[in-house]
Structure formats: structure tokens, C-alpha cells
Design a protein around this ligand. Structure first.
Ligand SMILES: Nc1ncnc2c1ncn2[C@@H]1O[C@H](COP(=O)(O)OP(=O)(O)OP(=O)(O)O)[C@@H](O)[C@H]1O
Ligand SMILES: [Mg+2]
Length: 331
């Protein structure tokens, strides 16, 4: 083949080192070298390596607004990433919280934002957080909101990839994940991390899971990175007390009180007309004891009932019907 054509062809090749097209290209380089065309072989090799490398870095590396990069490690056997990044536009962040809880969460954010000022005095922001509380009351959402308000990228650990049935591999996965975020400012969420504790009793080897919990304690304790690690659980009682000591802050997300329920309802239905007959405080007391997630669902279901029945506003009977339809979800 004519040299120019060959160079043009090679410039259009992209892919991973294991792709067939890249292997064929490597074979062509070898054959040119064998023919004594070492200069051409070197040029082709240079082009190929550049293209393969840029494809790899596009696939494997994340760059954040601080200019730091990270290649999220994968589970060796299945090649599944040990964490996923949730894009900023998908982060849930508009929360209604009791004043005291709001104060605690915003304190975490403020300390992060003031990290350089704190460092002047040898102080560090809170960076290991445990969120606990009843299901559907904003644990995962709080973690997302902290990422939103601090501007940090949000990475969620994939326990199904981290926990392996092969001896020693889960521990290695945890270590390599924490190693990867050592210099990468981000919020790392270990959502429902008591999963590790729970799987102690199931199919996993007891000794191995015990080891994984210990490794988790160690990596948490050693975390000195530039971001925030957040763990969530709804099982405070059964958690290992040793775990609590590892956190800089422990925040309980309680079920919403009547005042918060009223605000969640109004916030959820902010863009929909609601009949004047609907008294928020009255409705809130009917929903007393419901989780925030269920209050949101009831509000949205009432809106759908109104729309489907051709009304231009939500009326009392729509809420009544929606509460009735959702009674099985109440915990
Ligand atoms: N404080 C809150 N303010 C407004 N909406 C909330 C709040 N808490 C929860 N929600 C609503 O409930 C949904 C579920 O919340 P989230 O996923 O954070 O619950 P969770 O505490 O992590 O529950 P689980 O224990 O089931 O994982 C949210 O998407 C949101 O619609
Ligand atoms: Mg959750």
C-alpha cells in the first residue's frame, strides 16, 4: 500500500488495545518492520498509540471542575466500575428539613466551602459523614444536595461490584476505590452501606465479610482526601458501634413533622392549581407520621387524579382518594 494512504488509514483508527482493528494495525506495523521499513513502522506506531491512548482516557477518566482527574477502578473479574458518577443536573437538592437538621447539613456544606480558611488555623472540614433515619426521609437526597451545594462531583459506590465472592477481592476493591479518590475532590456516597454488615449473615463467608467491614473501617478512618465521604443507613441499632467513631458527624434524618409535611406538599405542587378549600395544615395532620417520600407520592398522585378527571385544580376528594390508594405504603 502507498505510504500516504497507509498513514491516513492509521490516523482514522480508534479503539482499545484489545479491539480487532487495533490488533490488525499492530500486525501491519510488525510486517512493515520485518520488511525493513522501520521509519514507517515507527510513524505508524506513534499514530496508533496516540489514538488508542486518547480513546482510553476518554472512556476511563473523569475530570472535575477543580481540574482533578480520576479513573474509576473496576472490579477485576467482571470489569464493572466500582462507583458511578451521577451528573450534576440529576442531583436532587430541594429539601424541606426541620431547622435543626437543616442547620447540621448546611454546616457540613459551609465547612467545605470554608476549607481554606479553616486550614489556616490547622482545622479541617467535616469529611466523613453518617446519615441515618427512617426510609424515604432524605438520606440519599441529602448526600446529593451536599454535592450540589458544594459543587463537588457526586460518585456513588456500587456495592454489587465491590462485594465479590472471591476471597480478599472485596477488600482490595474498597482499597483501590479509596486510593483512587485520594486526590480527587468529590462526594463519595456509600449508600445503605450496612449492606456489608447484612451480607455477613447471608451467603458470604463470615470471616471474609468480617474482614471487609474492618477494611471499610480502616479506609474510612484513613480518608484524608479533599472531598466528603457520606455513608447512609436505616439500621442505627444494629450497626457496629465501632463504626460510629469513624465519622466526623452523624446526622439523623427524621420523619417530617406536620409543619414540614405542609411545606413538602406545597413545594411539590408549586406549579399546579389547588382548590382554596384544601387546608394545608389539616391535610398535614392527616399525613402525620408519613415519610417525606410518601407525602410527595400522595401529592403527585392527587395531581394526576385531578388532571385525569378533567379538573383544572386539585380538590379535597383527590387528596382523599390518593391517601386511600397509598395506604399500603405507610410504615
Ligand atoms: N426532606 C425532604 N424534603 C423533600 N423531599 C424529600 C425529603 N426527603 C425525602 N424526600 C422525597 O423522598 C424521595 C426519597 O428520598 P431519599 O431517597 O433521600 O430517601 P432515603 O432516606 O434515602 O430512603 P431509603 O432509606 O429508602 O433509601 C426523594 O426523591 C424526595 O422526593
Ligand atoms: Mg436512600
Amino acid at each position: 500500500m502507498n505510504q500516504d494512504l497507509m498513514l491516513r488509514l492509521f490516523r482514522s483508527i480508534e479503539g482499545e488495545p484489545t479491539d480487532d482493528i487495533v490488533k490488525v494495525a499492530d500486525a501491519i506495523i510488525d510486517s512493515e518492520r520485518k520488511k525493513g521499513h522501520s521509519k514507517l513502522a515507527d510513524r505508524l506506531n506513534g499514530i496508533l498509540r496516540r489514538n488508542v491512548q486518547s480513546t482510553q482516557s476518554l472512556k476511563g477518566e473523569l475530570t472535575n471542575i477543580f481540574g482533578s482527574t480520576i479513573a474509576i477502578p473496576t472490579d477485576k473479574r467482571k470489569n464493572i466500575p466500582l462507583a458511578v458518577e451521577v451528573p450534576r443536573e440529576q442531583l436532587r437538592h430541594e429539601m424541606v428539613l426541620p431547622t435543626e437538621v437543616e442547620g447540621k447539613i448546611s454546616r457540613i456544606e459551609k465547612e467545605y466551602v470554608a476549607r481554606e480558611r479553616l486550614a489556616h488555623f490547622g482545622l479541617k472540614p467535616k469529611r466523613r459523614i453518617l446519615l441515618h433515619g427512617a426510609p424515604g426521609c432524605g438520606k440519599s437526597m441529602s448526600a446529593e444536595r451536599i454535592a450540589w451545594n458544594t459543587g463537588l462531583p457526586f460518585l456513588k459506590v456500587r456495592f454489587e461490584a465491590v462485594i465479590s465472592s472471591y476471597l480478599g477481592e472485596s477488600a482490595n476493591n474498597l482499597k483501590s476505590l479509596f486510593d483512587a479518590i485520594r486526590n480527587y475532590p468529590c462526594v463519595l456516597l456509600l449508600d445503605e452501606f450496612d449492606f456489608i454488615g447484612k451480607s455477613r449473615e447471608t451467603k458470604q463467608d463470615v470471616g471474609e465479610m468480617h474482614r471487609v467491614v474492618n477494611i471499610l473501617l480502616n479506609v474510612l478512618e484513613d480518608y484524608e482526601g479533599p472531598g466528603i465521604v457520606i455513608a447512609t443507613t436505616n439500621l442505627e441499632g444494629t450497626l457496629d458501634k465501632a463504626l460510629f467513631r469513624r465519622f466526623d458527624d452523624i446526622v439523623e434524618l427524621p420523619k417530617p413533622g406536620n409543619e414540614e409535611i405542609g411545606r413538602i406538599l406545597q413545594h411539590t405542587l408549586g406549579s399546579i392549581n389547588v382548590s382554596k378549600e384544601v387546608q394545608w395544615s389539616e391535610l398535614a395532620s392527616v399525613l402525620s407520621g408519613y415519610s417525606a417520600a410518601l407525602v410527595v407520592k400522595i401529592a403527585l398522585d392527587a395531581a394526576k387524579l385531578a388532571i385525569l378527571s378533567g379538573k383544572d385544580k386539585i380538590e379535597k376528594p383527590h387528596f382523599k382518594q390518593s391517601i386511600h390508594d397509598n395506604k399500603h405504603y405507610k410504615m
